[in-house]
Design a protein around this ligand. Sequence first.
Ligand SMILES: [Zn+2]
Ligand SMILES: [Zn+2]
Length: 201
Amino acid sequence: MKRDDARYSGPAKVKQSYMTEFLVECPKCKKDAFVQVNSGYVPSEGKLTCFNCMFSETSKDLIRYKAIVKRNCDNCGKPVNTEIPNQKETSSQVTLPCPHCGVTRTFQPRNEAYKLVYRSSGLSTDPVFNLPLWLQTEVKNNLFWAYNRQHLIDIKTYVEAKLRERQSKGFTTMVEKLPKFIKEAKNREAILKAISQLEKK
Ligand SMILES: [Zn+2]
Ligand SMILES: [Zn+2]
């Protein structure tokens, strides 16, 4: 064994460079699916693809509009406040009866866009769909997770290495930003065990 084998010499990559592809739990079949996003820096758009059940969806499919009418009835003068959520398109007209006098009028609503996200319970998720990451597990009461398989491999290489040096002067790399419990020598064995279980997942 060469003397340098224990030294970490992984790629000096920033965290964001891993954040373009996420392995997540498919919302339909609960198996592993991919989320690909436009940019690791401001991830707002992306595509979900599951090769297990062939479900796919884009972040644009998650956009909904709320048609909002806020006027006074021209018949009785009382306020007409109505919000119609969950519209896939913007509405140019809304016809509804006044809740006070019952006269029906057609209004031009204001359309407010919003994005549906999946609900997930306290787990690490992807930034676009909010789906739980596939590669996550608890290690000594800490949540350990990786965005994708390459991220997991690079964390593993780092944890395996006994000698860790500052990688770059210009920027903070992904491994340098890892949570403290992953870096602590006393947790090395537990982390490596968790990683090997996730690798089989
Ligand atoms: Zn699926
Ligand atoms: Zn009225």
